[in-house]
Design a protein around this ligand. Structure first.
Ligand code: DOR
Ligand code: ZN
Ligand code: ZN
Length: 364
């Protein structure tokens, strides 16, 4: 239990973010996405390749990474995507990308690799020292674990959400396989019971699960789960109200407040939070330390999550209206102030923003 207090945490790492560049800049761009990251306490994020076009060739990968290098407010690295049509690009991509992302199941966008021959090619060609992260649900998780065992290499399972999945991963770890996994805050704090209230704002892949599944995730948080990742997947409110709505919810700005609330409630320790949101994701993805980098949080004081306070361009959260008890006050990145909550607005380094205004339109 933590009483009202200011705490200093290391810069957090989110290994699962959709920045939507290129092709989806009306949902999020480098500037707005990294402003949201800092406001949520993340100083290093890994961006996903299911963009338009997807990052499956060297030129498209390089263009996305170069844009991030020139515009980002925090550290950004990109995954390359696995595509059966571009398997020959993997060795070159493997030299530059932070990791390979494989989509085994249907999600947002057409990027998907479901054939055994393509999966085997990925596991054979991708450099052993670079991570492979997989969107795999249900039976696909068993396939991924089988591939990791057969090729004797590590694999990272994205957004695990079901009791049986986490049990299988626990079993694989017990056998000594190099399997790691992440869970999202939305799969920890929402259940399928929330879908009626949230409508399409509660729709994502994997879908929200049962109370039993959620309890199983919490029960494995101290042992089997390696990191918390947001799967920040912004879509506009208009898109979410269309038919069919695109799956996905934003999460960069709500993850730490939610997890700090769990610390206040005694559901996990602050040390474990730091391991799940900073130390372990940095280690699994081989990310360098960021010197003189930290996040100051206010823990204990209740406040409401409100759409109007968010810096993600999509401007909404499935947690809007929820009371939480943890909040980012300031972020320092390599010895410079990168974010500061100052009451009337937020300050991002030398860019000052007013609340509720898209960050890329309000440089004062
Ligand atoms: O709900 C989701 N949305 N799950 C994913 O895996 C992809 C994401 C997106 O890109 O919108
Ligand atoms: Zn996914
Ligand atoms: Zn995702």
């Amino acid at each position: 239990m933590v009483n009202n207090a200011k705490k200093r945490l290391p810069g957090l790492v989110d290994v699962h973010v959709h920045l939507r560049v290129p092709g989806g800049e009306h949902k999020e761009d480098i500037r707005s996405g990294t402003a949201a990251a800092l406001a949520g306490g993340f100083t290093s994020i890994l961006a996903m390749p299911n963009t338009s076009p997807p990052l499956v060739t060297l030129p498209d990968y390089r263009a996305a990474q170069q844009l991030a290098d020139s515009q980002a407010l925090c550290d950004v690295r990109h995954f390359a995507g696995a595509s059966a049509d571009h398997l020959d690009a993997l060795p070159r991509l493997g030299q530059e990308a932070v990791g390979l992302k494989i989509y085994m199941d249907q999600t947002y966008g057409p990027l998907r690799t479901a054939s055994l021959v393509a999966l085997m090619s990925c596991f054979r060609q991708w450099p052993r020292e670079k991570p492979i992260a997989v969107h795999a649900e249900g039976l696909s998780i068993a396939v991924v674990i089988g591939l990791a065992a057969a090729y004797g290499r590590s694999v990272h399972l994205c957004h695990v959400s079901r009791r049986d999945e986490i049990r299988l991963i626990a079993q694989a770890k017990q056998q000594g396989l190099a399997v790691t996994c992440e869970v999202t805050p939305h799969h920890l704090f929402l259940t399928e019971g929330d879908v009626e209230r949230l409508g399409s704002l509660g729709d994502m892949r994997p879908r929200l699960a049962t109370r039993d599944d959620v309890n199983a995730l919490w029960a494995h948080l101290d042992t089997v789960i390696d990191c918390i990742a947001t799967d920040h997947a912004p879509h506009t409110l208009g898109e979410k109200q269309s038919d069919p709505p695109p799956p996905g919810v934003p999460g960069l700005e709500t993850a730490l407040p939610l997890m700090l609330t769990a610390v206040v409630e005694g559901r996990l320790t602050m040390d474990r939070l730091v391991a799940l949101m900073a130390t372990q994701p940095r280690r699994i993805f081989g990310l360098p330390e960021q010197p003189d980098t930290w996040v100051e949080v206010e823990v204990g004081t209740p406040y409401l999550i409100e759409n109007g306070e968010l810096y993600t361009k999509c401007g909404w959260s499935p947690f809007s209206g929820m009371q939480v008890r943890g909040r980012v006050e300031t972020v320092w990145l390599r010895g410079r102030s990168a974010f500061e909550r100052d009451g009337a607005g937020h300050r991002y380094g030398d860019v000052h923003q007013r609340r509720s205004t898209p960050p890329n339109e309000s440089v004062v």
